[in-house]
Design a protein around this ligand. Structure first.
Ligand code: AHG
Ligand code: MN
Ligand code: MN
Length: 337
């Protein structure tokens, strides 16, 4: 019987791609793997463990926190803190970043930014959710307290990024800038196994993912693009199929495997869209580009944006390169309208 490589084996195998690495990034990825297993277990038994539902207070985004948002946030922070590879963490669920400033963590060279539970509105109705993470090297000197500037880096500086998708199976997908690989969790064994090596977007796609309930608020170029995707045209494989779960991780995962375009544009009521640049757009943009796709705010490459706030939002258009380019052309053509 063919034995697939475990995620642990893969991480060690790929450490040689970083000649100057001392193993901290490998250890950090292993910590994320462990936290992901713990969150996965809680999500699977959420209905039994009475952890569905809302906490009863809002997070920094003004969103009603779900119990699993809080649980996933706590699990990731405590698991990453219990090891010594990061000097700080910023989370969609917390107002400010957390500095780990004891003697051991201060020496660490990495920071993590994360969306501990993506697609929270899906939890109580048993639909796919995810976790998104992004890893940077700190800018401030090792041995000092981590600063906000360590977190406010452009996406181009990401060392690694990925997500866990808690779907019909649980899969961990990540990149360290050398392609994208996916590992499916075997709950019987308790390990992730390489199941999706070297993922790339198919050249063409015919899926679009957007919350069309916001249609009337979209810029004219996006409205025209959506209508264009719905038109019949055999040469360009139209009309497209609409697929939208309300979980970026799930929609991105489908589009990367099957070919498609994800859109969360700005609208008249949300001038920069909804998605958070640091916790959602940048990690997905890094993965998209590593899988041969693109990510744009409609005009600029997402990973070139310079963040000025931890919780900053950005319009997000991501998927097959050709589709993102077509979207940018529509936006440009109708910019004045
Ligand atoms: P989160 O649950 O982390 O707040 O993220 C939800 C995000 C994203 O995953 C999803 O694509 C989008 O918000 C859904 O927003 P709408 O409900 O406005 O479509
Ligand atoms: Mn999210
Ligand atoms: Mn979230």
């Amino acid at each position: 019987m063919e034995r697939h490589m475990t995620l642990g084996e893969f991480i060690i195998e790929n450490q040689k791609d970083f000649p100057y690495a001392k193993g901290e990034l490998s250890a950090l990825l292993s910590s994320i793997k462990l936290a992901g297993k713990m969150v996965n277990k809680s999500i699977n038994k959420a209905g039994l463990a009475q952890i569905l539902g809302k906490v009863g207070k809002e997070n920094i985004q003004g969103e009603n926190q779900a119990k699993l948002d809080v649980m996933a946030n706590d699990v990731f922070i405590s698991t990453l803190k219990s090891r010594g590879e990061i000097c700080g963490i910023a989370s969609e669920e917390l107002e400010d970043f957390v500095a780990f400033d004891d003697d051991i963590h201060k020496e660490a060279k990495y920071v993590v930014l994360m969306d501990p539970l993506d697609g929270s509105s899906n939890i109580d109705v048993d639909i796919t959710v995810g976790t998104i993470f992004s890893i940077y090297r700190r800018i401030s000197p090792e041995g000092t307290r981590v600063t906000k500037e360590d977190f406010l880096q452009s996406g181009e500086n990401q060392v690694a990024a990925g997500y866990l998708i808690y779907g019909t199976s649980t899969i961990l997908v990540y990149t360290t800038g050398n392609g994208v690989n996916g590992f499916t969790f075997d709950p019987g064994i308790g390990s992730f196994f390489l199941s999706h090596p070297k993922i790339t977007f198919p050249e063409n796609g015919s899926i679009y993912s957007v919350n069309e309930g916001n249609y009337i608020h979209f810029p004219q170029g996006i409205k025209k693009l959506i209508k264009w995707m719905q038109e019949l045209d055999k040469d360009s494989n139209r009309p497209f199929t609409a697929r939208y779960t309300g979980s970026l991780v799930a929609d991105f995962h489908r589009n990367m495997l099957q070919g498609g375009l994800y859109l969360y544009p700005q609208g008249s009521t949300a001038p920069k869209g909804k998605l958070r640049l640091l916790y959602e757009c940048n990690p997905m943009a890094f993965l998209a580009e590593q899988a041969g796709g693109k990510a744009s705010d409609g005009e600029r490459r997402i990973m070139e944006l310079i963040p000025s706030e931890l919780h900053e939002r950005a319009p997000f258009i991501c998927g097959n390169s050709k589709m993102v380019e077509i979207a940018e052309k529509f936006i440009e053509e109708y910019r004045a309208d």
